[in-house]
Design a protein around this ligand. Structure first.
Ligand code: FAD
Ligand code: SF4
Length: 451
């Protein structure tokens, strides 16, 4: 690869305060009451509603929309929270275009679904603004104690459902703040005004859940001890590692994990202090790739390219997400894979991409290459389970394909250990799927402890 001689251009404060504010404003602002009524009136209140069937948490969508249309947003919120206690975050982050809204009969008939996600947000925001606690009452104490490890969507959902049943939950997290990727991963413009933290408080308001941050399984805790100290354990530790590209110079300055950078961005008090490259190449094709590409653009990067190894139609990011990237000026380059990284004086300067093709279903390099100058390269090629965290004397759960194996009840190979969310095999890498896992596991734990 020919060397790129321009000095790396990585700088903070590329934009004015006004521009940062505008760029990171709420992607879908809250509907006004009259907008919500008009939208709710579009619903046909279908029998055997396809939207409910497509919702991983089975929210009774026609029911909550009817409640909005009869000016009962608090009732609508209760319908939502009954199935999904993180309904507020899911309203913001669910790819509704591939779930409930994709199958809405209005979408089929006229290509314009009922805005289910925005109506869900209308109801849940209304409730959280007007009530200090969840709408549920804790049952009498059962005296049973459960350890939930990981306070992301799966852990929070499981802890809440268990608390409602009267169990006592210790909710551990390795980080200093709870919320998991809701707090550290979701794109900043999808969750503004500290919503993730406010939602955690809302969930914990049920009582009976003791949050213990700064407690890492594999370091401060081990599974064998938890199994002796508690009546059941739920593992919801997500995916703490990231895949590498396996290229020379990957360790040089300028090559970053997209997930780590997004975490810094989400925690930044002042976005203008966050350095960003002028020319950025993102490797990957999922939601993380789109999120880092769009947010880099919004931080003031000039030239942002997502390099994806297959055709654009095969990207894991939905069409809506791809469109969002392109309307923000991100280029999507398909059928290319990273081949080499050039670096000068300890910092990367370019990436060489090899064109790819598919032959009998197998992806292969064609030998033809293209070089893009780059000040920063973001790796967004998947996350991995840090399985070492799970080792503890005789307490190792079964792992396959790098994920924890669970049955339909989210029970692991160990009798008293359940797991859910991103860390389990077959997980869908969606917030709403993690919430559902937590809910299913809690119901199963409750049955087991009540037997
Ligand atoms: C950048 C990015 C953007 C995304 N955007 C969307 C989106 O827009 N919409 C969507 O639906 N999904 C999105 N997802 C996916 C979604 O965030 C996840 O599917 C979801 O958060 C999984 O929830 P979880 O509870 O399983 O794991 P996590 O949210 O990862 O939570 C796991 C928790 O466990 C803790 N933990 C980890 N290891 C240990 C340990 N050893 N001991 C104790 N605690 C530990 C972590 O600190 C964390 O709090 C995105 C993911 C990423 C990475
Ligand atoms: S499919 Fe669409 S129209 Fe039918 S109940 Fe669901 S939101 Fe309403």
């Amino acid at each position: 690869m020919t060397q790129q001689n321009a000095a790396p251009d990585v700088a903070a404060g590329r934009l004015s305060d006004e521009e940062y504010k505008k760029n990171f404003a709420d992607l879908h602002p809250l509907l006004a009451p009259h907008e919500a009524m008009v939208e709710a009136d579009r619903c046909y209140f279908c029998y055997d509603a396809p939207c409910t069937q497509a919702c991983p948490t089975s929210i009774d969508i026609p029911q909550f929309i009817r409640q909005i249309s009869t000016e009962n947003p608090a009732g609508a919120a209760k319908t939502i929270f009954a199935e999904n206690i993180l309904g507020g975050m899911c309203a913001r982050v669910c790819p509704t275009e591939t779930l409930c809204e994709q199958v809405c009969v209005r979408e089929e008939a006229e290509g314009k679904p009922v805005k289910i996600g925005q109506l869900q947000r209308y109801a849940t925001d209304h409730f959280m603004e007007t009530h200090e606690t969840t709408p549920f009452t804790r049952k009498a104490s059962t005296g049973k104690r459960i350890a939930v490890v990981g306070a992301g969507p799966a852990g929070l959902s499981c802890a809440h459902s268990l608390a409602v049943e009267g169990h006592d939950v210790d909710l551990f997290d390795a980080r200093s703040k709870p919320g998991g990727l809701n707090e550290f991963g979701i794109a900043a413009y999808k969750s503004v005004d500290n919503f993730a933290a406010r939602e955690v408080e809302f969930v914990l308001s049920i009582g009976g859940i003791t949050l213990k941050t700064g407690k890492a399984l594999g370091k401060d805790l081990n599974l064998a001890d938890l199994r002796t100290q508690y009546d059941a354990v739920f593992l919801s530790i997500g995916l703490g590692g990231v895949n590498d590209l396996g290229l020379e110079n990957e360790g040089k300055s300028g090559v970053l994990s997209a997930v780590d950078y997004i975490s810094d961005l989400r925690q930044a008090e002042d976005l203008s202090a966050l350095p960003v490259g002028k020319r950025i190449v993102v490797i990957g094709g999922g939601m993380t790739a789109v999120d880092i590409a769009v947010q880099s653009k919004l931080l003031g990067a000039d030239d942002v390219t997502i390099a994806y190894r297959r055709g654009q139609g095969r990207m894991n990011a939905s069409e809506y997400e791809q469109h969002l990237a392109q309307t923000n000026g991100v280029k999507i380059m398909s059928w290319v894979q990273p081949k080499a990284i050039a670096a000068e004086n300890g910092h990367i300067s370019a990436i060489e991409l090899e064109r790819t093709a598919e032959e009998n279903g197998q992806l292969k390099g064609t030998g033809e290459t293209v070089t893009l100058p780059a000040d920063m390269i973001f790796k967004a090629v998947g996350q991995t389970l840090v399985s070492a965290d799970l080792n503890g004397a005789d307490s190792t759960v079964q792992i396959e394909k790098g994920r924890i194996v669970v049955d339909a009840d989210r029970k692991t190979s160990l009798d008293d250990v359940w797991a859910g969310g991103d860390c389990v095999l077959g997980g869908e890498d969606l917030t709403v799927a993690a919430v559902e896992d937590g809910k299913i596991a809690a119901a199963s734990i409750h049955r087991a402890l009540s037997a």
